[in-house]
Design a protein around this ligand. Sequence first.
Ligand code: HEM
Length: 134
Amino acid sequence: MTIYYLFFYLHMLGFLGWAGITTGAYYLMELSGGWTTDLIRAYWKLLYLELGSLALLTLSGAEMWSQLGYPSWVHPALAISPLVALAEYIHLTSVRKMMDRPSALRRRLRYLSWYYTLITLFIIYDMVFKPDWF
Ligand code: HEM
């Protein structure tokens, strides 16, 4: 069971990195109105941290899932995972292509943040309440 908690620990670190870092940077830019190309370039570097954390989150989750004997409550999170991949794809390509068009990027990320919020609320609901839907 100790090894299980090691993966749980990694899962929580991955969660923090995936959901916390760029969200914080986004709100900092949004609240300060600081959408400069320099800050957007720094934001771009944080996106690598976000993707690495998502990989950690997914791999540690898959390992715990296998150790638990593949319970069905994980299925809704897996079903929604293509939407997470789509969000990451839009996130990366938008920042890369719109680095020198801050107001267009700002508008795009405003929509994207709602999309991320809905997906994340759904996945965390599934992870915490573990509904037996299937
Ligand atoms: C964006 C994706 C994900 C997020 C935000 C997320 C978040 C969380 C959170 C907050 C918990 C703690 C819940 C609790 O202890 O009550 C958790 C636990 C867990 N997650 Fe995830 N998770 C994600 C993806 C995944 C994936 C893809 C899998 C499996 C393939 C997975 C499998 C698990 C398992 C097995 C637990 C442990 C449940 C327990 O022992 O109580 N997670 N996750």
